[in-house]
Design a protein around this ligand. Structure first.
Ligand code: NAI
Ligand code: MG
Length: 321
């Protein structure tokens, strides 16, 4: 397995080395190669990512990705949004687990409001929300495949207002019925609140790009914060694993970022690579280290990113014996 490692910007440079060390320890047979991309590179060289790096990512069996800073500059195109589009990583999978609940948010990752079809004029700016049959069918099918072995599917949308969501909703329900998956639906705004109030009611939730982005940050509250949530971006040929959080410039470079989201992303990478045991070892190491009270600042502790990483490696070694 050849793994491309993109640390990116900010805390990506701190949490990804921890995740990579864990992977290296578990899988000495993996080959890792770095790919430089992000705002820092843009500031230095004038390009955030080139065709050459896209080709390197395409050639990898898997990608471990940190986070990239996207300045609110109209001339700057988000690196991660570009990678998802170019590699056609259409399914963004965001598991959120906690006491008494275990949901998976399945977010469409290539179209909707992030299609990039935009015009900016003097007195108005427009972003086109484009939802296609192909895009909706494949994300609905992906969500149904997950839901078949679980409980049910919830379709999150705003079909009371958006025609494009009537279209999306109908396709999701069509696919759920074809797959024999019990389904329900919710308006995305109400769903954001209900997920917090009754997390146990939710199993697999499928939704469009922006709504899934928002819903997963909302749901992060249930799991203890952004520092804990991993994600997978899956396409037919490539797969990229990254924490849900961003580059966190407010805490970057201070050795306080929580590396658990990055470690869990590495565990998802192993699961996808056909190594569920390796994935379970990482999860168990995290559980044990947290249970010992070793925690980063966001969880009320005082452990640094690197020190937390050292404890994880220690637990992995013990679990390997
Ligand atoms: P963010 O996720 O970077 O940070 C939000 C808040 O959560 C901050 O207060 C941060 O300190 C905290 N936080 C995040 N991860 C943490 C961790 N591992 N441990 C402890 N605390 C953590 O989101 P924000 O501030 O909206 O965006 C910052 C930059 O990141 C922006 O440039 C944005 O575009 C980019 N971003 C990139 C993403 C990606 O590369 N996939 C995803 C989300 C944002
Ligand atoms: Mg987000």
């Amino acid at each position: 397995m050849r793994i491309a490692v993109v640390e990116g910007d900010g805390i990506g440079k701190e949490v990804i080395p921890v995740a990579r060390d864990a992977l290296e320890l578990l899988r000495p047979d993996f080959e890792f190669f770095p790919v430089e991309a992000g705002y820092g590179r843009w500031q230095r060289t004038g390009t955030a990512i080139d065709e050459e790096e896209i080709a390197m990512l395409r050639s990898a069996d898997s990608i471990l990705f940190g986070a990239v800073t996207t300045p609110p500059d109209p001339g700057y195109r988000s690196v991660i949004v570009r990678i998802r589009k170019e590699l056609d990583l259409y399914a963004n999978i965001r598991p959120v687990k906690g006491e008494g609940f275990e949901m998976v948010i399945v977010r469409e990752n290539t179209e909707g409001l992030y299609s990039g079809i935009e015009t900016v004029e003097e007195d108005r700016a427009c972003t086109l929300r484009c939802i296609t049959r192909k895009g909706s069918e494949r994300i609905a099918r992906y969500a149904c495949r997950l839901a078949v072995s679980r409980r049910d599917l919830t379709v999150g949308h705003k079909a009371n207002v958006l025609k494009s969501d009537v279209f999306f909703r109908n396709i999701c329900i069509e696919q759920a019925e074809l797959a024999g998956v019990p389904w329900k639906e919710g308006y995305i705004d109400a769903l954001c609140l209900d997920v917090l109030q009754h997390p146990g009611r939710y199993d697999v939730i499928v939704t469009t790009n922006l709504f899934g982005d928002i819903l997963s940050d909302v749901a992060a509250y249930l799991a203890g914060g952004l520092g804990l949530l991993p994600s997978a971006n899956i396409g037919d040929r490539n797969a990229l694993f990254e924490p849900v959080h961003g580059s966190a410039p407010d805490i970057a470079g201070r050795n306080v970022a929580n590396p658990v989201a990055a470690l869990r992303s590495a565990a998802m990478l192993l699961g996808h690579a056909g190594d569920p045991c390796g994935a379970a070892v990482i999860e168990e190491a995290i559980t044990r280290v947290l249970a010992r009270g070793v925690r980063t600042r966001d969880l009320g502790g005082s452990s640094g990113t690197r020190e937390f990483g050292t404890e994880i490696l220690r637990e992995i070694r013990l679990l390997q014996k």
